[in-house]
Write a protein that binds this ligand. Structure first.
Ligand code: GLU
Length: 455
């Protein structure tokens, strides 16, 4: 039996799941809607400025030596220094990091923060590494990157399986290499007592909440005006997913399902998110949470709900399973969870998707706040951070919804036009991802031309 023997497997095999190719397909769709974009500029915006590949040895706890591969990709610095997280995962590839760096460029432009885009990754399995090994990997990776990162050139942050502790090691390594300078703005997502911002650890999930609330208030989803009583399923229970589950619950939603890499749990009446967090802390998975039914990650995507939050990895919703999504709204807390083929299925089925570059931009937005606080040697209150985040998220949602209305041929923006479009789903030829990218690409292209092509 080959891997393409079932129809679902055949359609998955037919779909190109390389994230870089997917990012470029998304751009092709959007660039059609950016007037006067010269062909040469299109190529420039698609292509990362540089990809650094490092191979470095690390001594393991048992005295053996292992060689690791790490990447740091700078996609664009048109609007400011590169900005983007570092992920530690066994499946990291150069193309994945390139795609993620590109999405950072569009995300920062959409959030209207003065950064370009970048991303890093080390091929490793943190679940099988000790803290001491992770520390040595981090220090060696950062030391070998040398001055390719810096407070005004390229600024890392957390991503999959990296956290505040990783950022503290990054800061410490860079600081040892640049004594006597204010090095705090070289990395964001640091522990608060090391210059981290209040609210940063919750920011991705909070940003999802703010984006969803504002999109619903503007009538973007037919028949769903608020989160009160809305049924929500969350795939992924890491930082973004677990915080989103908690905050959506606090906002009045009912969390019917959550999952992690080992599987998921479902409850028709709604889960106790706090209990799920405690269970996960004790058992390293949510599977087995008392009073719930076990589901697979694939089943979680098709549970009956109003809002589906993919908060795990890329390529979860594809051409072969998008038809099973029952949610009315997909809010992408993860980067790249939906493929272009899935986007088409969801649009045809009337499912609205708040795309990653909008939905999860709360993380990098508060990273920007952290960077500003570090430069000024200030610390803002949590209230200040969350208020500023809300304003940023609402502005970004407004820009995307206005563009969505315009690109679908309706005149005038505002809630009335958004609601009108949501009511007439058959008229929607352009989805929110394409609208969001059109806004972001337009902003980057405008600044590129304003600066002038050098020399
Ligand atoms: N890794 C996060 C993202 O994909 C945050 C990046 C940052 O804060 O720089 O948006």
């Amino acid at each position: 039996m080959t891997t393409t023997d079932t129809p679902a497997a055949a359609s998955r095999a037919a779909e190109d799941l390389n994230p870089l190719h997917i990012g470029r397909q998304q751009l092709d769709r959007a660039m059609k809607h950016v007037p006067s974009l010269k062909q040469g500029l299109v190529e420039f915006l698609k292509c990362p400025l540089r990809t650094i590949t490092l191979c470095f040895p690390v001594e393991m706890d048992d005295g053996s030596v292992r060689t690791f591969t790490g990447y740091r990709v700078l996609h664009s610095r048109v609007r400011g220094p590169g900005k983007g997280g570092i992920r530690y995962h066994p499946d990291v590839t150069a193309d994945e990091v390139r795609a993620l760096a590109g999405w950072m460029t569009w995300k920062c432009a959409l959030a209207d923060i003065p950064f370009g885009g970048s991303k890093g990754g080390v091929v490793c399995n943190p679940k099988e590494l000790s803290q001491a090994e992770l520390r040595r990997i981090t220090r060696r990776y950062i030391a070998d990157l040398g001055d390719n990162i810096g407070p005004h050139t390229d600024i890392p942050a957390p991503d999959l399986y990296t956290n505040e502790q990783t950022m503290a090691w990054i800061y410490d390594t860079y600081d040892a290499m640049h004594p006597g300078e204010n090095n705090r703005p070289v990395v964001t997502g640091k522990p608060v007592d090391l210059g981290g911002s209040l609210g940063r650890s919750e920011a991705t999930g909070r940003g999802c909440l703010e984006a969803t609330r504002h999109a619903l208030a503007r009538g973007a989803v037919k028949g769903l005006a608020s989160l009160t009583g809305a049924r929500v399923a969350v795939q992924g229970f890491g930082n973004a997913g677990s915080v989103a589950a908690r905050l959506f619950r606090e906002a009045g939603a009912v969390i019917v399902a959550v999952s992690d890499s080992q599987g998921g749990v479902f409850s028709e009446r709604g889960l106790d998110v706090k209990a799920a967090l405690e269970f996960k802390a004790r058992h390293d998975t949510v599977v087995g949470l008392p009073g719930t039914k076990t589901v697979t990650n694939a089943e979680l995507l098709s549970v009956s709900c109003d809002v589906l939050i993919p908060a795990a990895m890329e390529n979860q919703i594809r051409g072969d399973n998008a038809g099973q999504v029952k949610a009315r709204l997909v809010c992408e807390a993860a980067n790249g969870p939906t493929t272009p083929a899935a986007d088409d299925v969801l649009r045809r089925n009337g499912v609205t998707v708040i795309p990653d570059i909008l939905a999860n931009s709360g993380g990098v937005t508060v990273s920007y706040f952290e960077w500003v606080q570090n430069i000024e040697n200030e610390q803002w209150t949590l209230e200040e951070v969350n208020d500023k985040l809300r304003v940023k998220m609402q502005r970004a949602v407004d820009a995307v919804l206005d563009k969505w209305v315009e690109l679908n041929g309706l005149v005038g923006g505002g809630p009335a036009a958004t609601g009108q479009l949501a009511e007439n789903r058959h008229k929607v030829a352009v989805d929110l991802r394409t609208a969001a990218l059109a806004v972001a690409v337009g902003r980057v292209a405008h600044v590129a031309l304003e600066r002038g092509i050098w020399p």
